[in-house]
Design a protein around this ligand. Structure first.
Ligand code: MLT
Length: 298
């Protein structure tokens, strides 16, 4: 019998893959053989001697102490690609809501409640304040061409954007999936200099922390729009606030609100919704469970 500890809610269709040889528990005091989690932060957790493998139902592994696990011979899995479509769809939304002032327009339209027959007239008079550009024909820079970045790049091509892709570590598989219309950029600075929209899809590592900072902003076009559906620490928040205040950055759409950035003018924050679709939660759970079982049994 193997104990599988879940540290977050994991989709049932994933856990259903475990047969009678496995006991699923959320009691952190059991001697777990495997751990399955989403965003639970494991850094302060005592790792049981019995632990053989950890599976993150998601792409990022920055909530897992990988060094500590490696020292103890505990294997760490993630589920690359399993939630990529869900994130891609939200990035496309990010492109659109950073263009026309959709979020402000929705709030404003709510204020028309109770205005009776005047509503039609008020709409036509008020709408000009929410005008914005189309994305077709604009330049999108995609930094990081993993499972998510590739889908975003290909979808943006389909929407008529000119897409610049940068990833010095692109895999052969990802390269095969990438549209041949995506411009291969060898120096990230060319993305900063050329693009109207920039979206980051890289992991949170010491080497990527704060990569979107004042030096990067200095190279960017005035009025650039930045999208961050990867991790908050990729962006230097103080530099971002300055760039927004000066108009260098017109909009910052982030899936990671924090104390500094939430509520700042021209920041659109979503509550880490990237992977929050039923489909993606199912895909991630199934992949994570299969990885753990394969490792334990084979
Ligand atoms: C990811 O790293 O793939 C996402 O953060 C997953 C999630 O939202 O749970």
């Amino acid at each position: 019998m193997f104990n599988i500890l879940t540290l977050n809610k994991i989709a049932k269709c994933g856990l259903d893959q475990l047969n009678d040889n496995y006991k699923i528990t959320d009691d952190a005091n059991v001697d777990a053989d495997g751990i399955i989690l989403r965003s639970f932060k494991m850094h302060d957790m005592e790792l049981p001697e019995s632990l053989k493998a950890v599976a993150r139902a998601g792409a990022g592994t920055n909530n897992i102490p990988i060094d500590k696990c490696s020292e103890k011979g505990i294997v760490v899995f993630n589920t690359p690609g399993a939630n990529a479509n869900a994130v891609k769809e939200l990035v496309i939304l990010g492109l659109l809501i950073s263009s026309r002032k959709v979020t402000a327009a929705i709030d404003w339209a709510k204020t028309l409640k109770g205005k009776g027959d005047e509503v039609g007239k008020l709409v036509e008079k008020g709408k000009s304040q929410f005008v914005g550009p189309e994305i077709m024909g604009k330049k999108l820079g995609v930094i990081g061409l993993g499972a998510i970045g590739v889908l975003v790049a290909d979808a943006a091509i389909a929407l008529g954007m000119e897409v610049y892709g940068y990833d010095p570590y692109v895999s052969v598989d990802a390269a095969w999936r990438l549209s041949s219309h995506v411009k291969h950029i060898k120096n990230v600075e060319d993305i900063y200099k050329e693009c109207d929209y920039i979206t980051v899809h890289v992991p949170a590592l010491d080497s990527t922390k704060g990569m979107i900072n004042k030096d990067a902003f200095a190279m960017m076009k005035d009025g650039v729009k930045i999208l961050n559906f990867a991790r908050d620490i990729l962006v230097n928040d103080d530099d971002m606030i300055e760039a927004l205040a000066s108009g260098k950055v017109a909009k910052y759409v982030t899936d990671f609100p924090n104390a500094k950035i939430a509520g700042v003018d021209n920041v659109i924050t979503l509550p880490h919704l990237g992977a929050s679709t039923e489909e993606s939660e199912d895909n991630c759970a199934v992949m994570a469970v299969k990885e753990i079982v394969d490792f334990i049994e084979n």
